[in-house]
Write a protein that binds this ligand. Structure first.
Ligand code: ADP
Ligand code: TRP
Length: 329
């Protein structure tokens, strides 16, 4: 039997995963554990660009670990680890930095957005160099596929670009070129204002929030002001767009029919969406509650994960040190 391909992805330990994170990245990544050699990590080095409190950092790492386990990550199959437990990733970041043009980084969406917000003087080098660290995260494990949402595709293109630059600078196929794996139907999950759901827009639905909070988030979804009695267009409504991501085909067809018939208000649709979210995420919610405070268990998952990935890192770094002439021969 041929060796399974490797799937790798990371997520920053910032807050509660929202529906966009869960449907766009967390669940697709976890689903790949069946078929791939899966490596997933908590990107604490990346979070350091903004998080400056060690207690908060540690807690957030445990929190994200608990969320992944709650959403079905099987630690027996999948290596789940802390990015900073593999410090070699910063060594590779430097190697890649030395073949990466400033111009490439200046084109990164996240950097350009910060400049557009007028932050050019306050932005730290970590944010500017973020795509290089992310490339290193991927390349250091000889990854084949990277499950992410659509907003990360540019970073994957940059990663391939850096790998090619490195390979041509040192004359060999030292780094494997990875591919983004984006699920079309959840590439960009809309938020309650219809824009991409994102922490930066304050338009979230958090599947594991309390019932009360989740209902409130659903009720705040923006709709037009068509009165309850009038027929409505299901093709231009964020409530229906979100419902489609969690409901069965029959349930969606029923909601669309209700819209077209009239006498069915947006409030009804929002309530149906809320109930569907509650039932869909009942199991992860229970699981999250049962493990979230068990730091010893969460740490054990992370350290087992680190042990699993370490031999790959050693092999790849040895290859790269030989390629570059760095380190003792
Ligand atoms: P945010 O935009 O809220 O800061 P992150 O950048 O932390 O989210 O994203 C973590 C992961 O979730 C990435 O793989 C990203 O592509 C995915 N993701 C984030 N928002 C969405 C969304 N609205 N739809 C689909 N995937 C998303
Ligand atoms: N940049 C990703 C995000 O904002 C997180 C991330 C860091 C990542 N390193 C990665 C994703 C490597 C995939 C592979 O969501």
């Amino acid at each position: 039997m041929s060796k399974p391909k490797r799937s790798l992805s990371g997520i920053k330990p910032t807050g509660t995963p929202h529906l966009g994170n869960v449907l766009g990245m967390i669940q697709p990544a976890i689903a790949l554990q069946e078929e791939y050699d899966a490596f997933y990590f908590v990107a604490d080095y990346h979070a350091l660009t903004t998080v400056k409190d060690p207690t908060v950092m540690r807690q957030k790492v445990y929190q994200i670990t608990a969320y992944f386990l709650a959403y079905g990550l099987d630690p027996e199959r999948t290596a789940f680890f802390r990015q900073s437990d593999i410090p070699e990733v910063t060594e590779l970041t430097w190697m890649l930095s030395c073949v990466t043009h400033m111009g490439l980084l200046e084109r990164a969406h996240a950097y350009k957005a910060a400049i557009d917000r007028g932050e050019d003087k306050s932005i730290n080098h970590g944010i500017f160099a973020y795509p290089v660290l992310m490339a290193s995260d991927i390349l250091i494990y000889d990854s084949d596929v990277v499950p992410v949402g659509a907003d990360q595709v540019q970073h994957l293109e940059m990663t391939r670009d850096m790998a090619q630059k490195f390979n041509s600078a040192f004359g060999g196929n030292f780094l494997k070129l990875p591919e983004a794996k984006v699920r079309k139907e959840v590439a960009t999950v809309p938020g309650i204002d219809g824009r991409k759901m994102s922490k930066s827009y304050d338009n979230l639905i958090e599947p594991l929030a309390t019932s009360k909070k989740l209902r409130k988030q659903c009720m705040k979804i923006e709709t037009d002001s068509t009165p309850l009695e009038a027929p409505k267009d299901p093709d231009t409504c964020t409530v229906v767009d979100l419902y489609k991501l969690v409901a069965t085909d029959e349930e969606v067809a029923q909601m669309e029919q209700n819209y077209r018939a009239g006498g069915y208000g947006y409030g009804h649709a929002k309530q149906a969406l809320f109930e569907k979210l509650e039932s869909t995420f009942a199991t992860p919610r229970e699981k999250y509650e049962s493990i979230k405070d068990d730091e010893a268990y969460l740490e054990k998952v992370l350290s087992d994960g680190t042990q699993r990935v370490r031999p790959i890192v050693e092999e790849v770094m040895e290859r790269l040190r030989r390629a570059t002439g760095l380190g003792r021969p």
